[in-house]
Design a protein around this ligand. Structure first.
Ligand SMILES: *Cc1c(COP(=O)(O)O)cnc(C)c1O
Length: 456
């Protein structure tokens, strides 16, 4: 109890010049609240009061306010080797993307203003123009994400009607997206055709004979069915849809515009080839293999897109200006034929093994510990599930690998590594070259921190 008598009052702290500075920065109300929290902490743990000084209280107070005022969302270094890590924000944005946001955030814009007419415009035209040019489609619409795109398409076009979909495509994507559940939300009626492993053209024809008003195809982007399997060819399904005058909609998920096989991984169907085959609408994510911001992109027939654009749900799903501007910047890279050199996802896919090995060796040389190992980077983000790319890792043996990972996460910026065979490994492929110095420094600090803990 004696030590508690030394705990100063809120008022006496507020009279300190150093605390006045904090009041200037964070405001009176917030600072007083933080002072109360610090003093409460001291009262509840008398051992903290032993070496108590006003200065040490102010240091604690400043740290508390700084931490409360920092954004809880912050940059991290992705050393996992998962290129589209859903928990780490999927595709990182290109330089062009964030320059574009930088120019826009503080300013008004012609988001919904037609500069030539001087009257109300339409926000959807910005990315639409570029998508039309890039893909040669009649029309396009951008929404918040691809789950929203599927929901909007079904709600606007087939509410209360039957939709034919193969049993092999009743997929679940991480984060609670399941085709049957989205369909139920939209009010469309699921008409399952075929068997889990085999679906035939005649199965679809039977559904259309029975009144199905749409053929929906969902690309199984995060799993593979192999063995005794069958699916009709896309062109056969498109002919069938034409014959019955119903739209064929393809939820492509990952949405590659470039041929992924050029990067040493399996070939994903491209948006261009599905459109060329004659699909009426194609939808895909903006932040998977396109390498852009979170968004859902719908491309295809003008008459169908116009119905989506008019539907009340579009108002709830429309993207904000920051998304539209960053997406435009990414699409511009594709239009200029510079996607592979400007978009981080493709830069990472293109990194050579030699360069990765040299980089890993340099990190190890600076640390004076750890070992070089061959490893595999993966695509992630629910794309290309069985695909991996050879890479080079730096690996660290420690009796407590979880502790080292935790210590890495506590660095500024946090480093996210993984544990493999009881070792902590960092994949160089997903670490931006410009982050290497801070990455190496953080590794060094984390290794020292756990060594100290271990020795204690
Ligand atoms: C990823 C994916 C979705 C969901 O896309 P989000 O942009 O994450 O909402 C829907 N359908 C398929 C086939 C997918 O792969």
């Amino acid at each position: 109890m004696t030590a508690q008598r030394h705990i100063p009052s809120v008022d006496s702290l507020l009279k300190q010049p150093a605390v006045s500075e904090l009041v200037n920065l964070y405001g009176h109300v917030w600072t007083v609240e933080a002072i109360r929290q610090v003093l409460d902490q001291l009262r509840s743990s008398p051992e903290l009061c032993q070496s108590l000084t006003t200065d040490s209280i102010i240091v604690t107070l400043r740290q508390k306010l700084e931490s409360q005022a920092s954004f809880s969302i912050k940059p991290v270094i992705n050393a996992t080797g998962v290129l589209l890590h859903t928990n780490l924000g999927r595709a990182p944005l290109s330089e062009a993307g964030f320059e574009a946001i930088g120019n826009l955030v503080g300013a008004y814009s012609n988001l919904e203003f037609d500069l030539s007419k001087g009257s109300r415009g339409n926000r959807s035209i910005h990315a639409t123009q570029m998508l039309k040019q890039l893909l040669g489609v009649e029309s396009a619409l951008v929404v918040n994400n691809n789950a929203g795109a599927v929901l909007l398409i079904l709600s606007a076009l087939v509410k209360g009607k039957k939709v034919a979909i193969s049993r092999s495509q009743l997929i679940e994507i991480g984060g609670g997206f399941r085709i049957p559940e989205v369909m139920r939300q939209s009010g469309a009626k699921l008409y399952e055709v075929g068997a889990t492993n085999r679906t035939h053209l005649s199965d679809y024809a039977a559904a259309l004979d029975d009144g199905a008003q749409m053929i929906l195809l969902a690309h199984p982007s995060n799993f593979k069915i192999s063995g005794f399997t069958a699916q009709p060819e896309l062109h056969e399904l498109i002919d069938l849809a034409r014959q019955y005058q119903v739209p064929l909609v393809y939820d492509l998920g990952s949405g590659a515009l470039l041929d992924t096989s050029a990067y040493g991984i399996a070939r994903e169907p491209t948006v261009q080839e599905i459109l060329a085959a004659g699909a009426d609408l194609v939808c895909f994510s903006g932040d998977k293999l396109l390498g852009g911001p979170q968004s859902g992109i719908i491309v295809g027939r003008q008459t169908l897109i116009a119905r989506l654009n008019r539907h009340p749900l579009y108002r709830a799903l429309r993207p904000d200006k920051l998304i539209l501007i960053t997406l435009s910047a990414v699409l511009l890279s594709y239009l200029r034929g510079k996607a592979d050199s400007e978009i981080p996802l493709y830069q990472m896919l293109s990194r050579s093994l030699d360069e990765l090995k040299q980089t890993a060796q340099e990190v190890l040389r600076q640390l004076g510990q750890g070992e070089l190992q061959e490893g595999q980077s993966t695509i992630g983000g629910g794309s290309l599930p069985e695909e991996s790319l050879p890479t080079w890792l730096v690996a660290f043996s420690t009796p407590l690998p979880e502790k080292l990972c935790k210590s890495l996460r506590e660095q500024q910026p946090p480093v996210i590594a993984r544990i493999q065979k009881d070792q902590v490994v960092c994949d160089l492929r997903t670490i931006r070259p410009k982050d290497l110095p801070v990455f190496t420094k953080s590794l060094e600090k984390a290794l020292i921190a756990i060594k100290e803990k271990h020795e204690k």
